[in-house]
Write a protein that binds this ligand. Structure first.
Ligand code: F0G
Length: 324
């Protein structure tokens, strides 16, 4: 197995002797999207970050952040999370033999993510408040000492996540003309911008899809009112000639359905925000759409939007009637 750190060690902040805490992250598929390419009249590729070990792009950053925390002698990590950072931190901390303390916004974390963090034995605290409030709590806890913050405010997270841009350039042979991705706190947008800049292969125009109603969107992963990286992420988008695209939930759900129903790619709703941005604005040339997290993380989202299951008896007539 080639870990992410093996593949790009010379561009990552880890010393030769450091133990690498890995679950086999990175080297994710870049899938050509035939239907979407025809629909949009451009060449569309999907970067399936949902194929990372815990089902989201967070693993790229977590392998670096947890390995570094271990090298520095930390015994515990802390994060606030809408769910995916929690699942990733819990898994990498478990593998490192560290404790993970995780602050979740009450009632706002999808079922699968919660199950992942619980299964790994993380210490889960449900904060009576929003993600933004939970993040301030996590920062305060980290500042009091002893725990390493593994939200993307930890620069090691961004370092790890920039490697997705490297993979895209290596696989396409050049940077795409357009990169479309979801924009929650903005850490991942910064990470891609850094990755393309460091590889020196040119910067794609970045379309960053954000929920128009940030505090209320059904895309719970990006239910973030005050993005921690707003200034840097939006500057990077502007410098690329791109745009932050404000999306309604209907637009996000339409993109999410087209990924599942037309391309066979089942992601969680927030992960379709990049495609929604591309569908809304259009583009020319080659576009890479980042699919950030797996659909199994949020089964309730399916119940809310997909066709119901039909109940039948086990006889041919009943089955035929059920299919009619
Ligand atoms: N897509 C998914 C599936 C996410 O979980 C997140 C963020 C984003 C996109 C947005 O990325 O914040 O770097 O702009 N999830 C965080 C979490 C907030 O706690 O798991 P961003």
């Amino acid at each position: 197995m080639t870990t992410l750190v093996d593949r790009y060690r010379d561009r990552l902040p880890l010393a030769a002797g450091d133990r690498v805490v890995s679950l086999g992250e990175g080297s994710t598929p870049l899938l050509h999207a035939d239907f979407l390419s025809r629909e949009l009249g451009i060449d569309v590729w999907l970067k399936l970050e949902s194929a990372n070990p815990t089902g989201s792009f967070k693993d790229r950053g977590m392998t670096v952040a947890v390995s570094r925390a271990l090298a520095e002698g930390a015994r515990a990590v802390v994060c606030a999370s809408t769910g995916n950072t929690a699942a990733s931190a819990a898994a990498y901390a478990a593998r490192a033999g560290m404790t993970a303390a995780i602050l979740l916004p009450q009632g706002a974390v999808a079922l699968g993510k919660l199950a992942q963090a619980r299964a790994a034995g993380a210490r889960l605290l449900e904060v009576r408040g929003s993600f933004d409030q939970a993040l301030r709590g996590a920062q305060a806890l980290a500042a009091s000492g002893g725990l390493t913050l593994v939200n993307s405010l930890n620069p090691d997270r961004i370092e790890g996540q920039k490697t997705a841009a490297f993979e895209i350039v290596e696989e396409l042979g050049r940077a795409p003309d357009v990169l479309a991705l979801p924009y929650g706190g903005g850490g991942n947008t910064r990470a891609y911008a850094r990755g393309f800049a460091e590889w020196d292969a040119g910067m794609p125009r970045v379309l960053a899809g954000a929920a128009a109603r940030r505090g209320e969107t059904l895309a719970s992963a990006i239910r973030i009112v005050d993005p921690a990286h707003r200034a840097e992420a939006e500057a990077a988008v502007r410098d690329s000639g791109g745009t932050v695209v404000a999306l309604t939930d209907d637009e996000i759900v339409a993109a999410w359905r087209s990924l599942a129903e037309r391309e066979g790619v089942f992601c969680e709703p927030a992960s379709a925000a990049g495609l929604a941005a591309l569908q809304k604005l259009g583009a020319s040339g080659t576009a890479v759409v980042v699919v950030t997290g797996h659909g199994l993380k949020d089964p309730d989202a399916v119940s809310r939007t997909a066709a119901p299951v039909v109940e039948v008896d086990a006889d041919p007539d009943s089955i035929a009637a059920g299919l009619a």
